[in-house]
Write a protein that binds this ligand. Structure first.
Ligand code: SF4
Length: 283
């Protein structure tokens, strides 16, 4: 059995930056808080928690110290609340999320009703919604009835969506007959490269493993795309969830990982899978 790893997979710049900023602040020995998990990967959250990073769900749970704004960003209202409490802020918002927030605000200022194609429950989308007076979040073509018929629409997209999905939803909006729409491509190139690389690989393997947090939007998108082209695709958090039956009789196995999956999770998975293959260990 041959194990092939996607050419582009694992940590992106935004995630690397958030972890390195967290480590720098923690090294100063001050209390550091993250509103929600710093990244959608339990292994990294646990590692940083051991160094002192506290994950909370609300600002009122923070008494003193520094708040690390994770790569998904925060709404201006939340930033103002943190400042009002006299807490320090370390901003790890990814530059591409900042770009999306800026574009959405510019569209609103120019008189467009902003439409965000994405998941309304995702923190990145919530941070963008929080920058605007009015907006609509559309997950798929089925949500179009939410859109105001008589307005001109300014369309952006959650950074980690696929180009395919973005295009499909924009196409559906056009077919609805809106007279004026302006579309700005706010997709993340890093996520796009991981998706293209995963799709290319999954088409040429017998079984595909996508590694990463189950609540990681970009990892879920990778798994969803791979499943389209290879039904034998499995989204696992790490090696512990591996089931040997999935590779029984398979000749070529593909592995990819989301932008929030550390390299050691990928390396551990590949090396242990190769060892299982050589029958050196039992699983
Ligand atoms: S996936 Fe893209 S948008 Fe998200 S943190 Fe990474 S670089 Fe930024």
């Amino acid at each position: 059995m041959k194990v092939k790893v996607a050419e582009k997979c694992g940590f992106c710049h935004g995630v690397e930056n958030a972890i390195s900023l967290a480590e720098k602040v923690l090294a100063k020995g001050m209390p550091v808080y993250s509103l929600g998990p710093i990244i959608h990967n339990k292994d990294i959250v646990r590692k940083l928690a051991r160094k002192g990073l506290k994950t909370v769900s609300r600002i009122d749970q923070i008494g003193e110290g520094t708040v690390l704004v994770r790569s998904h960003g925060l709404a201006p209202r939340q930033i103002a609340e943190i400042k009002k409490k006299g807490l320090s802020i370390v901003d790890a918002t990814c530059v591409l999320v900042k770009r999306l927030q800026k574009i959405a605000k510019q569209l609103e200022k120019a008189g467009y009703e902003v439409v965000i194609i994405g998941d309304k429950n995702h923190p990145e989308v919530q941070s963008v919604v929080g920058c605007l007076k009015n907006s609509s979040v559309v997950a798929s073509g089925e949500d179009l009835r939410k859109l105001p018929k008589n307005k001109k629409l300014g369309i952006v997209c959650q950074t980690t969506q696929s180009a395919e999905h973005f295009g499909q939803v924009v196409g559906s909006i056009v077919r609805e007959g809106f007279s004026e729409i302006r579309v700005i491509n706010t997709l993340c190139r890093e996520a796009q490269k991981r998706q293209a690389s995963a799709v290319q690989l999954c088409k040429n393997v017998d079984v595909m493993f996508v590694l990463g947090g189950l609540d990681s939007a970009n990892t879920r998108k990778l798994a969803e795309l791979c499943k389209k082209y290879n039904w034998q695709t499995y989204h696992l958090q790490n090696w512990k969830e591996f089931d040997k039956k999935k590779v029984s009789g398979k000749k070529v196995v593909g592995v990819t990982a989301g932008a929030s999956t550390p390299k050691w999770v990928i390396d551990e998975f590949v090396s242990t899978l190769e060892a299982v293959n050589r029958k050196k260990i039992r699983k």
